[in-house]
Design a protein around this ligand. Structure first.
Ligand SMILES: Nc1nc2c(c(=O)[nH]1)N[C@H]1C(S)=C(S)[C@@H](COP(=O)(O)OP(=O)(O)OC[C@H]3O[C@@H](n4cnc5c(=O)[nH]c(N)nc54)[C@H](O)[C@@H]3O)O[C@H]1N2
Ligand SMILES: Nc1nc2c(c(=O)[nH]1)N[C@H]1C(S)=C(S)[C@@H](COP(=O)(O)OP(=O)(O)OC[C@H]3O[C@@H](n4cnc5c(=O)[nH]c(N)nc54)[C@H](O)[C@@H]3O)O[C@H]1N2
Ligand code: SF4
Ligand SMILES: [Mo]
Length: 628
C-alpha cells in the first residue's frame, strides 16, 4: 500500500500561508556582515555561516542573505568537511527552504488515521495533544510502550526527550538499515567503529577498493574531494559493483559481481593474499589475534571456489588480490555506509575489516586513520526517574546481541499487536520517513493502523506525516539552532548551526518543540534554558570557546593530533583481547560465526554457473588510464 503525496493533507479550514510573527530568534550581530569587510565574493550580501543538513555529512556552509532572503549557499573554506565546496544537494538547500509544499503550521488529524485529513491548530493545541498522548501511553502501558524514531542532527533534542520520558526504544533506519552492521563489524574487529564522517584516509590511499559504495553518486563531499585528489595523484581504484557506476568508470578494475556474493570474493582475496604471503606479517604479529584460525578458514576459499559464486573469473581474483596487497601500506577497503544488504551484513563488514587488517590499514597512512575530537563538556542534566529497559526490538526472536542501537524494523515489528509481550503503542517520529525507509512496508502500515498514537516532526508532507495524529512542523536547518557538532576527525573541530533567516510560516525549531513537550510532561528540567543560545553559551564557555567568534566563522579548529603510525601513533584496540580480532571469541560465545562465512543470497543458484552463462567479468582495464 502506498501513499501518494498528491493525496496528502487535505486541510479543512483556513490559515494556510500564515507567516509567523517575527520571533527575534536570529541574534542580531551574529554572522559576519561581509559588506563591512571588502570580500568581493559576497556582492554586498550578509554572509552567515552554519552547517548543512541535506544529508548527514554536515558540511560547513556560508549562507548569502539579501533582504531577508537566502540567495545562495556555498561551502565554508574554513570548515574541514566542506573545504570551500558543497555538493549539488547542499547547494540546492534553498530549494528545500523555499519549497511551497513545506508544512506551514501544526496539524491535527481530523479523520481516520492514514486518510490524511488534517485541520490546522495552534502550537499550544498541537503540543497539548502531543503531551496528552504521551502521558496516556506512559500511564497505561509504561514508557517503554513509546518508540522514538530519530534521524539527523536535530534529533538530539528528541533523544533527550525519550530518555527523560523513560524509554530506551530509540531507533532509526539510518542505523539499522544503514551503518549499523558496519559499525558492529568494525567494533568487533578493531574495538571501534569507523564513525561518521568515516575515518577513511582516502586522501593518501594508493589503492582504494570500493564494494557497493559508489563515491561520487552518493556525494559524501569530503570523501569525493579526497578521491578526486587521490586520482590526480595516481591512486588506483578497484570497484566491485554489479552496476557500472560513475566511479567504476574511473577504476583500474571493475568487477561486476553477482549481487549478495561479496563475502565469497573477500574470502578468496584473503586466500590469495595469505597463501602468497602478501599480507603485512609484522603488523599482524604485533596487533592481531586469530591469524592461524583465519589461515585455516580461508584455505579452501580458492579463487575457483569464489568464481562459481561471484561470477568473477579466478585469474581476475588472483590479479586483483595481488594488486590490492601491492598498494599497502595505503591500501584501503572502504568500509561502506549503507550496509544492510542481504542479512549477512555484519559478517560482510567483518570480512572487509579483516582484509583491512591483513593490509595493515587501521592506523596506517592511506588506510583508516586514528581520529580525535574536541572535548566539549555536556550540560549537566537530571537523572531520569525511570531507567529504561533494554529496547523492545526483537519481537520475532531475532537476536542482535552486539547491536549498539535499537533495530528500527524490530521496533516496528513490536508495534504489531500480539507479536511481543510488551507491545509498542506509540511512535514519535523525528526526521525519518519510515514508510519509505523501513523494509517490508506492509508491516509498517499494519503497525501504523494499530498504534494508539503517532506524532511526526517533519518539514515536508512526507508519507509518514500522512499517518500522524499530530504533525509538528519544524523549521529547516537554515532557520534554527541545533547542538554543537564536534565529531572525531583527522582535524578536530567544533561547528555551529545557527539560523540564517528567521523561521518561515508557523514553524519552530526542534529544540523548542522538544522542550515544550517536555514541560507539559513535567520534564522541563531536562531543558535547563529559556533559549537555546543560553545552552550553547554554557557549552562553549565550558570548552573555552568564544561563542561570538564561533558564530562569526561557523567553525573553530582544535589542536591536530597525530593520526597515523607514520606520524607516531601507537594504535590501541578496545577489544576483549586488546588486539585486532581476526577470530572473534565474542561472536563464538554468542553462537555466531567467529569468522565470516559465505551464505548464498536468497534465490541464488545452488549449482555452478554453466560455461555459456559465465559473465565476462573484468578485469576492466581503463585504456585511457593516464588521461584525465
Ligand atoms: N544522491 C544521494 N546521495 C546520498 C543519499 C541519497 O539518498 N541520494 N543517501 C545518503 C545515505 S543515507 C547513504 S547511507 C549513502 C549511501 O551510499 P552508498 O554507500 O554508496 O550506497 P548505495 O547508494 O546504496 O550504493 C550501492 C551501490 O552498491 C551496488 N550494489 C548493489 N548490490 C551489490 C552487491 O551485492 N555487491 C556489491 N559489491 N555492490 C552492490 C549498487 O549497484 C550501487 O552502486 O548515500 C548518501 N548520499
Ligand atoms: N528501500 C530502501 N530503504 C532504505 C534505503 C534504501 O536505499 N532503500 N536506505 C537506508 C538508509 S542508508 C538510510 S540512512 C535510511 C534513510 O531514511 P530516512 O531516515 O527516512 O531519511 P531520509 O530519507 O533522509 O528522510 C528524512 C525525512 O526527514 C525529513 N527531514 C529532513 N530534514 C529534516 C529536519 O531538519 N527536521 C525534520 N523534522 N525533518 C527533516 C524529510 O522531510 C524526510 O521526511 O533509509 C534506509 N532505508
Ligand atoms: S555532502 Fe552535500 S548534502 Fe551532505 S552535508 Fe555536504 S553539502 Fe550537504
Ligand atoms: Mo544512510
Amino acid at each position: 500500500m502506498s501513499v501518494s503525496r498528491r493525496q496528502f493533507i487535505k486541510i479543512s479550514g483556513g490559515g494556510l500561508g500564515m507567516a509567523a510573527a517575527a520571533s527575534g530568534l536570529v541574534s542580531k550581530g551574529w554572522g559576519f556582515d561581509a559588506s563591512q569587510g571588502n570580500d568581493p565574493r559576497t556582492d554586498g550580501d550578509q554572509v552567515i555561516p552554519t552547517f548543512c543538513e541535506m544529508c548527514f555529512w554536515k558540511c560547513g556552509l556560508l549562507a548569502h542573505v539579501k533582504d531577508g532572503r537566502v540567495t545562495k549557499l556555498v561551502g565554508n573554506p574554513a570548515h574541514p568537511l566542506s573545504q570551500g565546496h558543497l555538493c549539488p544537494r547542499g547547494t540546492g538547500g534553498t530549494g528545500l527552504l523555499y519549497d511551497p509544499d513545506r508544512i506551514q503550521q501544526p496539524l491535527v488529524r481530523s479523520e481516520k488515521r492514514g486518510e490524511q485529513e488534517f485541520r490546522p491548530v495552534s502550537w499550544d493545541d498541537a503540543l497539548n495533544e502531543t503531551a496528552a498522548r504521551l502521558d496516556r501511553i506512559r500511564k497505561e502501558h509504561g514508557p517503554e510502550a513509546m518508540a522514538f524514531f530519530i534521524h539527523g542532527f536535530g534529533g538530539s533534542w528528541f533523544n533527550t526527550l525519550a530518555t527523560a520520558y523513560g524509554t530506551g526504544n530509540i531507533g532509526a533506519p539510518g542505523w539499522a538499515q544503514c551503518r549499523g552492521a558496519r559499525e558492529v563489524a568494525y567494533e568487533l574487529t578493531f574495538g571501534s567503529g569507523v564513525g561518521s564522517p568515516e575515518v577513511t584516509d582516502i586522501e593518501n590511499s594508493r589503492v582504494l577498493t570500493l564494494m557497493g559504495s559508489h563515491l561520487g553518486e552518493n556525494m559524501h563531499n569530503t570523501q569525493v574531494q579526497e578521491l578526486a585528489r587521490a586520482i590526480e595523484r595516481g591512486a588506483e581504484l578497484v570497484v566491485v559493483d554489479p552496476r557500472y557506476s560513475t566511479v567504476a568508470g574511473k577504476a583500474r578494475y571493475w568487477l561486476p559481481i553477482k549481487p549478495g556474493t561479496d563475502i565469497a570474493l573477500l574470502l578468496a582475496w584473503m586466500h590469495v593474499i595469505i597463501e602468497e604471503g602478501l599480507y603485512d606479517a609484522t603488523y599482524i604479529d604485533r596487533y592481531a589475534v586469530g591469524m592461524e584460525q583465519l589461515r585455516a578458514h580461508v584455505a579452501d576459499k580458492t579463487p575457483q571456489w569464489a568464481f562459481v559464486r561471484t561470477g568473477i573469473r579466478p585469474e581476475v581474483i588472483v590479479e586483483t588480490a595481488r594488486f590490492i596487497a601491492g598498494g599497502r601500506p595505503g591500501s584501503l577497503i572502504h568500509p561502506g555506509r549503507r550496509a544492510a544488504w542481504y542479512g549477512d551484513d555484519t559478517q560482510r563488514g567483518r570480512a572487509t575489516a579483516i582484509l583491512n587488517a591483513l593490509l595493515g590499514a587501521w592506523g596506517h597512512q592511506g588506510g583508516l586513520y586514528i581520529a580525535s575530537a574536541m572535548s566539549i563538556p555536556k550540560v549537566a542534566l537530571p537523572k531520569p526517574e525511570h531507567q529504561p529497559l533494554p529496547p523492545n526490538d526483537m519481537p520475532t526472536g531475532t537476536v542482535y546481541p552486539f547491536g549498539g542501537e535499537a533495530i528500527a524494523n524490530g521496533l516496528r515489528d513490536a508495534s504489531i499487536p500480539g507479536t511481543h509481550a510488551t507491545d509498542v503503542k506509540g511512535w514519535m517520529v523525528y526526521a525519518t520517513n519510515l514508510i519509505q525507509a523501513l523494509p517490508e512496508g506492509d508491516k509498517t502500515i499494519q503497525a501504523l493502523q494499530a498504534l494508539d498514537s503517532v506524532i511526526v516532526v517533519d518539514m515536508l508532507p512526507s508519507e509518514i506525516a500522512g499517518w500522524a495524529d499530530v504533525v509538528l512542523p519544524e523549521a529547516t536547518y537554515l532557520e534554527r539552532h541545533d547542538d554543537l557538532f564536534a565529531p572525531p576527525y583527522r582535524q578536530p573541530f567544533v561547528a555551529l548551526r545557527q539560523p540564517v533567516i528567521e523561521p518561515m510560516y508557523n514553524t519552530k525549531p526542534g529544540w523548542w518543540i522538544a522542550k515544550q513537550v517536555a514541560e507539559r510532561l513535567g520534564l522541563g528540567a531536562f531543558y535547563p534554558f529559556e533559549h537555546v543560545e543560553e545552552y550553547l553559551a554554557q557549552r562553549t564557555e565550558a570548552a573555552g570557546i568564544d561563542l561570538v567568534e564561533l558564530s562569526r566563522t561557523g567553525v573553530v579548529l582544535g589542536k591536530r593530533e597525530p593520526t597515523t603510525i607514520e606520524e607516531g601513533v601507537e594504535p590501541a584496540f578496545d577489544t576483549p583481547s586488546g588486539k585486532i580480532e581476526l577470530y572473534s571469541e565474542d561472536l563464538a560465545a554468542a553462537g555466531l560465526l567467529p569468522m565470516p562465512e559465505y551464505t548464498p543470497p536468497r534465490g541464488a543458484r545452488s549449482r555452478p554457473v554453466p560455461p555459456a552463462e559465465r559473465p565476462r567479468a573484468g578485469p576492466h582495464l581503463r585504456p585511457d588510464h593516464e588521461q584525465p
